[in-house]
Design a protein around this ligand. Structure first.
Ligand code: FAD
Length: 420
């Protein structure tokens, strides 16, 4: 078992007095073993959280997480850090609220500062019918035990006086506020789960790309990797934007398309935005990081791609959304932007399920909303791998729902991945 030490005020003082020379490694860099009980493909947030909960909740520590790059190189380190549970549909709401509760205890649980910041998320509405729709969503959330407040125009003004209330085209008529929503420092989530899993004996193998699956009598019994063959009783795949490509190696075609989503960070500004704000008449969301940068994004680029970069028309579209509700954003300089690959499912909801191949399990279809799901996704995937049955809040995330018609279409746009 690795020795990671416990972080505490005392440890901080001790290290400060001894020149910070004795901090233990945060996780090990082990050589792959020939076989494990469970192999997880993909050390993003979901893969690492799965390994952590397998060890902590289900006592399964003979686990390896295989990552083709390095921890945090995928979407877990590329997202705009928003966490919320403002979902409406049965099948979604309980799951995302479960995730919110896990976020609320995560830092104590992991003994790691993930900067969970429940600053609130405010969805703006711009017409009376949209306000009605938000009232319905808020009521559904409250019925499921989540918090929601419907604000009128003055309520929004009190919270965010700097918004463009009287825009002729998109006047602000109110908003739906979830105070427990907010942001979490994305890469710290990956590091925290990695440290927690490693300290319980999980092997995290970076630079270890899975290139194929080992099959015996139609059953998956391990993986081929760039660092040799690794056998396993169960293989769980959690590779987000690479899901279709990786599962194709096992002969499976998924109801998923991959699309690019971009994120943007401005220069550091004095504190101005209290929480997360979303534009209701287009696709734009913004928050402010602790360093002062405005962190914002919008829609996916809208064409299929495996590239981790986007194109200028979407940059323009995102900036238009920003200018519509927050004209002052036009004076801030953009510092950085990047893209990530989204595994867009046909109904916009995820899949946590067994596959038709025995021994092979799938966690995918997170679209552009999977970061907030990281704790619950890891917990529920671990539950499935350990017990071969779904955890109750994830029972609807079945792979066959597209055949049986039990889709969970939160946005109501039909089987069009680019619109979810
Ligand atoms: C710009 C952007 C903004 C976003 N904003 C938000 C947001 O504000 N809120 C929110 O909830 N969600 C957001 N998301 C979505 C969220 O980031 C993802 O849904 C989520 O991170 C996906 O799960 P993950 O962390 O496990 O993925 P990843 O971190 O991508 O993990 C998958 C890992 O699998 C690895 N892999 C792939 N193929 C192989 C292979 N063959 N062998 C081994 N390893 C492999 C990859 O290298 C990667 O590290 C955003 C995404 C992007 C790109």
């Amino acid at each position: 078992m690795a020795k990671t030490g416990r972080y505490s005020a005392l440890a901080l003082i001790r290290q400060a007095l001894t020149g910070n020379r004795d901090w233990p490694r945060v996780w090990r860099d082990p050589e792959p073993k020939p076989a494990y009980e469970v192999v997880i493909v993909g050390a993003g947030g979901h893969g690492l959280a799965t390994a952590y909960y397998l060890a902590r909740e289900f006592g399964i520590t003979d686990v390896a997480v295989l990552e083709k790059g390095w921890i945090g190189s995928g979407n877990v380190g590329r997202n705009t850090t928003i966490a919320r549970s403002n979902y409406m549909l049965p099948g979604n709401e309980a799951f995302y609220e479960f995730s919110m509760k896990l976020w609320e205890g995560l830092e104590q649980d992991l003994n790691y500062n993930a900067m969970v910041s429940q600053r609130g998320i405010l969805n703006l509405c711009h017409s009376d019918p949209q306000r009605d729709a938000y009232a319905r969503r808020g009521n559904a959330m409250r019925l499921h035990g989540a918090d929601a407040e419907l604000l009128d125009r003055e309520g929004v003004r009190r919270l965010c006086p700097f918004l463009n209330f009287d825009d002729a085209r998109f006047p602000i008529t109110g908003g739906l506020l979830q105070r427990r929503g907010g942001t979490v420092r994305h890469d710290a989530v990956a590091w925290g789960y990695a440290r927690g899993a490693d300290s319980r004996g999980v092997d995290i193998l970076q630079n270890c790309e899975v290139t194929g699956f080992l099959m015996e009598d139609g059953r998956c019994v391990g993986v081929e990797t760039g660092r040799g063959r690794i056998r396993a009783k169960k293989v769980g795949v959690a590779v987000a934007g690479s899901s279709s490509r990786v599962m194709a190696k096992a002969g499976l075609r998924l109801p998923i398309e991959s699309h690019v989503l971009q994120a943007f960070v401005s220069e550091g500004l004095k504190p101005v935005i209290p929480g997360v704000i979303t534009f209701g008449a287009g696709h734009f969301y913004v928050s402010q990081s602790d360093k002062g940068g405005l962190v914002f994004g919008g829609d996916i680029d809208g064409y299929n791609s495996y590239a981790q970069r986007g194109n200028l028309p979407t940059v323009e579209d995102v900036c238009e959304g920003g200018m519509a509700i927050l004209p002052m954003i036009g004076r801030a300089r953009l510092l950085r932007s990047w893209g990530g690959i989204m595994d867009m499912s046909m109904d916009g909801s995820p899949i946590i399920d067994r596959t038709p191949v025995e021994g092979l399990y799938l966690n995918a279809g997170w679209c552009y909303g999977g970061f907030k799901a990281t704790p619950a996704s890891g917990y529920c995937f671990a539950h499935l791998l350990a017990r071969d049955e779904p955890q109750e809040t994830a029972a609807a995330y079945r792979l066959d729902r597209f055949r049986s018609g039990r889709v969970i279409d939160e946005k109501g746009v039909g089987a069009q991945p680019n619109l979810h």
